[in-house]
Write a protein that binds this ligand. Sequence first.
Ligand code: ADP
Length: 582
Amino acid sequence: MYAETLTVIFIAVALVGKWLQVPREVLRYRELIVISAIVSLAIFLLIEKSRHRKNHLSLISKSGRQQEASGIELPSSSTPTSFFVTENKTKHKQQQIDTEQRYRLLIQNSTDVITLIDDNGIIKYQSPALEKITGFNPQELKGKNVIDFIHPEDTGRVSKELLDGVADEGKTSPLILHRFLHKNGSWISIESHGTSHLTMPGINGIIINSRDVTERETQRKQLEDANAQLKLLFENVHEAFFSVDMLNNKILQMSPAHSKIYGRGRKEFLDNANLWSEVIHPDDKYLIAGIYQNVEAGMSFTTEYRIIKKDGTIRWIENKLTPTLNHEKRPVRIDGVISDITERKENETQIKEQFRALQKTNYELDRFVYSVSHDLRAPLTSIMGIINLAELENQTEQQRRYLEMIQYSVNRLDSFIKHILSYSKNAKSEITIEPIDFKELLEEIRANLKFIKGTERMKIKATINQNISFRSDRMRLSIILNNLFSNAIKYQDINKNDSYISIDITTTENEVRITVEDNGIGIDKKHLNKIFKMFYRVSSIAPGAGLGLYIVKEAIHKLGGDIQANSAQGEKTIFNITIPNK
Ligand code: ADP
């Protein structure tokens, strides 16, 4: 190639020399060769330079990826021209593409909404997150004015804050909280900030980054409401609340009710942290003596004491204190609630006085009932004696009937007085615990029953399992069993020839279980829950005042026991009793 070029140049120079008619002696071969050499060298350099010119082309890979390439045309006898891919340049371009893709992915998958608006607020682009947050598809809002979707109460503020914030190119506004319309018509809370890129080619707008903060805002609102309610309570309830910093003996919080309770302003307490104890009535100071012990132990406690108000009046207050200990178990704070309990205290005193007066009256009434009943029994016993004597005399039929009637009435009166005496004994006498011998007690009761009409027809069966000793009040046990036995006799079925009373007694470590059963006239089930009431009577086949079972129940309850009745019309009557072993 070089030789060919040189020959061509040589011929060209010879031809030019001939054409210019340069004399042979002037243009000698030697000069001709030198000139040819210089010219060909110059041409050679030019060719070399042009051969090293870089070539560009775009390569499309099999995967469809476009790759930019640049190369150097190499001299070669074979075609086509070869290229070397220059790696640096390709890498740079690829990085640009990767970055772009990364940003696109970030925007598409971001939970925040990216919005691009022009300087008139017209939406140019919105990221897909819009749909999830607002229900609107980004295409639906494109071309619309963003302000139309902001709550009317917020538009003025949003426009101002956004425009102020993005006044300069590249400047970002502060976070703006506002409401945005949801497709379902509700309003959601959004937090946005914008950045101005109005002059940036390809953007020419304001980029707004928005986040759904509805849940956070709802919680904040709830918290605010709760706080407002608490504050309202704190300010308005009659109770006074306070918090004291124990380490610095400083009042941290004090509700306005203090002034009402103490008659002293908040400031007075703030100036003197010991004022609360200084105003305690001197006679009640001892009541708060243990206060610091409880505080040290971190125990909540309540004290009641009197205070002297500023105007000198004395009030009762209740102070509920809750100490807080730090990790070293040292009290760091006390929270307390103070209430004026003067009225309650006055009522309590009044009730106590009334109770004492009532107790006294009750006692006197019991005594009166007892003495009247007792006093009445003496003449009654005399009358009964005289009737017995009169019955021994000869009487006419008429007189005999009269005597019978008198005896019936006197017996009724006697039974009534006996019941009143039992009631009175049960009500006023103290419980006297002693060992009980049930065998001996039953014998005594049977002896008493002899005087009741109809006993002679009854068979009395007793089973006593007293392997374990039993202690209780003998007088009350006697009242209970006497009444149950006399009822069984009174309400026996006179049409039966096998009338009986059966008693079963079993003692245990804890109690005695007594079952009294008879086969008398029975009690209709509908009366069963009422027979223990005072003056309640079911049958009038026998004299009575409806007091027997009432006294039985009262006496059993006094001993801490229980009684249940089970019967039906014409059926057996069973009383099940349990009384604690003392
Ligand atoms: P009283 O015997 O004075 O009427 P009680 O309080 O002893 O009063 O009894 C209430 C009622 O219960 C009686 O009127 C009677 O009808 C019924 N009653 C009590 N015990 C028996 C019994 N063992 N059998 C049938 N009825 C009874």
